[in-house]
Design a protein around this ligand. Structure first.
Ligand SMILES: [Cu+2]
Length: 141
């Protein structure tokens, strides 16, 4: 069943990761790894995460709960070393575009975020599926 999609933002699954950069003193336990979880369901990206910091090993775990194939790709991977593990296959390097996820499949992306900004990710198969990672600097009081 096809639905006419009018407004670009009407049916798009906007997933926003608010990455709060907090002062190191707020996090009493130094974290060696921080995690972002992205679930794909009903053609939408849903994200959850802990507060994130720059210059820290970050792992983005993506799981496809739909019964169709999706893709998770982002420009944010292009200029940084990214370690991708998908279906038992590990890819490592710069210029990684993303990974395809078959139904039920998971993929993980490890990278270090070293700049603030807005980083969009998307499914290349379904052009309306987009999400965004926000890197915001929050000044510690
Ligand atoms: Cu898709």
């Amino acid at each position: 069943m096809q639905h006419k999609r009018r407004g670009r933002f009407h049916r798009i699954g906007i997933a926003t990761l608010g990455i709060l950069l907090v002062g190191g003193t707020l996090l009493s336990n130094a974290q060696s790894q921080q995690e972002v979880n992205v679930t794909i369901k009903d053609y939408k990206f849903q994200t959850s995460q802990m507060p994130l910091q720059l210059h820290t090993d970050t792992i983005i775990r993506v799981k496809n709960l739909d019964n169709v194939r999706h893709d998770f790709g982002s420009q944010m991977f292009l200029n940084t070393l990214t370690h991708v593990e998908s279906n038992g296959v590990v890819t490592y390097g710069k210029g990684v575009e993303g990974a395809y996820l078959d139904p039920g499949q998971e993929a993980s992306f490890r990278l270090v975020l070293d700049q603030t900004g807005r980083f969009q990710f998307q499914c290349s198969i379904h052009q309306d599926m987009k999400g965004e990672i926000l890197l915001l600097i929050v000044d510690a009081v």
